[in-house]
Design a protein around this ligand. Structure first.
Ligand SMILES: [Mn+2]
Length: 351
């Protein structure tokens, strides 16, 4: 564990780190906190905390804006932004150029593969450190489970007021990154939680967690149930056109929890791609291997033992198969899988 590892490798007190961070924004007027890709709870909470600390400690001299380079994906994250009224919005490369300073939370410059960072002045993160000195001020602590735990220390060191909303956001950030506190918490995470718990609002956290499904997604659940095919442990459902692949993921996560289901396979069409989502019961199976072997040559495919995904562009589908041909797509997917693992052959016969 790296209790206070930072770019110099020396242990520094929270007060010293805070002072260094404040020195790095000296004279600046506009700082943008950039969240890479789709904002998740840890990144959102950390950005909020950084905004409060910097704005209060510079006594209004510095304005802090929070932005993300991707889109809000999961309904829980949309609900967190709405319920906690988080002032965050999407940003383009051109728009990011107007800032005097740019701060990254929960990421490092190397993460920005499809977004040109105009500059980078502050990095606060808990992922493994990718480069020696990613910014003038960098505080990277791979031992922590969440950036929100690190930001909690800055809140305490700064002595700023902890609102219920902020405490709830930080707690929820730590909760999601630690998989509901199931992962090994560092002392820093534990100290942060202890401080946040009394102040956080359990009802808000519960409301965020309970908005896992958008109302629109319910229609796809009904399509999934009507079109399902189940033979010998394999549950398969082709949804047809879906707005995002998340819909297939949500349906597959649901179907794998049905009794006697060993494999849940959900396919859908997102724009000009066929998406195949794999889930299994985790018993001597490898979804990532299956996805790569069956579809790796014609699309992007991968995953872990119990979850996998393949995206196949229309142009790589076999001779003239259209994305509107539901039966053709079902046959194509199941025949490709049957060649890798015969467990998928019986359900192919039902088409
Ligand atoms: Mn994180």
């Amino acid at each position: 564990m790296f209790p206070m590892a930072n770019q110099s490798g020396q242990a520094k007190s929270p007060a010293a780190l805070l002072k260094e961070m404040l020195d790095s924004v000296d004279g600046a007027r506009l700082l943008r906190v950039l969240i890479y890709g789709n904002p998740d709870p840890d990144a959102l909470a950390s950005a909020m905390a950084l905004k409060q600390v910097l704005e209060e400690k510079t006594k209004g001299g510095l304005k802090v804006e929070m932005s993300y380079t991707g889109a809000v994906g999961r309904p829980e994250n949309a609900s967190m932004i709405r319920l906690l009224k988080i002032p965050v919005s999407p940003i383009s490369e051109a728009e990011a150029k107007d800032a005097d300073r740019i701060a990254l939370v929960d990421s490092q410059p190397q993460f920005f593969t499809d977004f040109a960072l105009p500059r980078c002045d502050i990095v606060i993160d808990h992922h493994p450190m990718l480069m020696e000195r990613p910014a003038a001020f960098a505080d990277v602590r791979p031992g922590y489970l969440a950036t929100a735990s690190i930001m909690t220390e800055y809140m305490r060191a700064a002595g700023v007021r902890l609102t219920r909303g902020m405490a709830s956001a930080l707690l929820y950030g730590i909760k999601t990154d630690s998989r509901n506190f199931m992962s090994e918490l560092s002392q820093g995470d534990i100290d942060a939680l202890r401080w946040l718990r009394a102040k956080s609002d359990r009802d808000i956290v519960k409301r965020i967690e309970f908005s896992q499904f958008s109302r629109e997604s319910l229609d796809y659940f009904s399509i999934a149930l009507v079109r399902r095919r189940f033979v010998q442990g394999v549950m398969f459902s082709h949804l047809g056109p879906v707005p995002t692949y998340d819909v297939c993921v949500q349906v597959a996560d649901f179907l794998i929890r049905v009794e006697h289901v060993e494999w849940a396979l959900v396919t859908g069409v997102v724009a000009t791609e066929l998406v195949v989502v794999f889930r299994n019961d985790g018993v001597k199976k490898d979804a990532g291997y299956l996805a790569r072997t069956a579809f790796g040559k014609i699309g992007s495919a991968g995953g872990h033992k119990s979850m996998g995904r393949a995206n196949i562009p229309q142009k790589n589908l076999p001779n003239g198969l259209l994305l509107t041909d539901n039966k053709g797509l079902e046959k194509f997917v199941l025949s490709a899988l049957s060649k890798v693992d015969p467990v998928f052959a019986p359900v192919l016969k039902t088409i």
